[in-house]
Design a protein around this ligand. Structure first.
Ligand SMILES: *Cc1c(COP(=O)(O)O)cnc(C)c1O
Length: 390
């Protein structure tokens, strides 16, 4: 049986491993910034690219290479380039593939730093972004220009878990000559594989579920080699490269990705169903619930509803903060993708810099709470919330 036939679970544990002369069982951590050559001629050949091999860790490092190969295998991608963080992945993709005068179409409800990058930094370099509502494929078509190079989406969206139709958006984007980039941070390849649905590139914040235990920053761009080669060329020159130590932590995190995502999704569904029948809860946002407006699409596109659950508490900010402040177990933090459950009040934290009007227009109310469900027992998570809800 060749590795081409291996299942996701097997690839998560085995893909990309290259053993050294010591025949180590667990992947080695090569904590080295540079590599030694046998001769002047070899040094010259490595630098010119005539001979394959490591030169300097801003370009390649064996531990980073292993992590890249494993993530590429999980995404079903030809190649992967690892970056220092999720934002470094997004910046590197834009810098590698775009030039001044070109245009991005992005869904409105993308990660806050991505909004800032597209909305305030890239315009200084002549790259404009049109933000469109997540729900309408027609909106994406209408926003396309002859100069549109990238259509950038995130699904499910944060914090309202709107599900975007990757295949339909890819069709529209490709008809307009644009590439489709999907930030797959929330689902990970364990639950959703955008390249199979027609996306051209997948972006990861490996900081979240790929590490899965809140330890290191990292990111990645996955896709066909002609595109990732461009990202690599930018990276080796500009430098937002992943540290080998972080690559090693993420690599070991990926070994448990499938079981974690499955268990955290199961816990999230149970929590969402419980929240739906709490009298103090006005509305629950979770793609795994049959009451979710895009439940059918989510179940077609994703393996499960994922591990993020949001809900509106009756009684606005005061009531929502009461729930947060009565949590003893859940961590009050905006981070997500950890085995430890976290709770956030988006209106006063992650989305606090947006005007109240714009926030209300995008459906992020004062009573909204977002929970990134971890691996604690669902009963303990509920007990922690019920104190503040009652
Ligand atoms: C966290 C996050 C990012 C940014 O990743 P960093 O590793 O923090 O740079 C990008 N997209 C999404 C959806 C995220 O949640």
């Amino acid at each position: 049986m060749s590795s081409d036939d291996w299942s996701f679970e097997t690839l998560a544990v085995r893909a990309g491993q290259h053993r050294s002369q010591f025949n180590e069982h667990s992947e080695a951590l090569y904590l080295t910034s540079s590599f030694v050559f046998d001769s002047a001629a070899q040094a010259a050949a490595r630098f010119s690219g005539e001979e394959e091999g490591n030169v300097y860790a801003r370009f390649t490092n064996p531990t980073v290479t292993t992590m890249q190969e494993r993530l590429a295998a999980l995404e079903g991608a030809e190649a992967c380039v690892a970056t220092a963080s999720g934002m470094a992945a997004i910046l590197s993709a834009v810098m590698a593939l775009m030039k001044s005068g070109e245009h991005i179409v992005a869904s409105r409800s993308i990660f806050g730093a991505t909004q800032q990058l597209f909305g305030t930094i890239l315009p200084r370099f002549g790259i404009e972004t049109s933000f469109v509502d997540a729900g309408s494929v027609e909106g994406f078509r209408a926003a396309l220009r002859p100069t549109t190079r990238l259509v950038f989406i995130e699904t499910p969206s944060n914090p309202l878990t709107e599900v975007l139709d990757i295949a339909a958006i890819a069709e529209v984007a490709h008809a307009g000559g644009a590439l489709v980039v999907v930030d797959n941070c929330f689902c990970t390849p364990a639950l959703q594989r955008p390249l199979q649905l027609g996306a051209d590139l997948v972006i990861h914040s490996a900081t979240k579920y790929l590490d899965g235990q809140g330890r290191v920053l990292g990111g990645a761009v996955c896709g066909p080699k002609p595109l990732t080669d461009e990202v690599f060329k930018f990276l080796r020159t500009a430098g937002p490269t992943l540290s080998p130590f972080n690559a090693w932590v993420i690599l070991k995190g990926m070994e448990t990705l499938a079981v974690r995502m499955q268990a955290q999704s199961t816990n999230a569904l149970q929590l969402a169903q419980w929240l739906e029948v709490q009298p103090q809860v006005a509305r629950v946002y979770y793609p795994g619930l049959t009451s979710h407006p895009q439940h059918a699409l989510a179940m077609r596109q994703q393996k499960s509803g994922g591990a993020i659950v949001s809900f509106d508490v009756k009684g606005c900010r005061e009531a929502a903060w009461r729930v947060v402040d009565n949590c003893h177990l859940l961590s009050i933090t905006a981070n997500l993708g950890d085995t430890k459950t976290t709770i956030t009040h988006p209106a006063s934290t992650t989305h606090g810099r947006i005007s109240p009007e714009a926030r209300a227009a995008s459906g992020i109310g004062e009573g909204l709470l977002r929970i990134a469900v971890g691996l604690e027992s669902p009963a303990d998570i509920q007990a922690d919330l019920v104190r503040g809800l009652s």
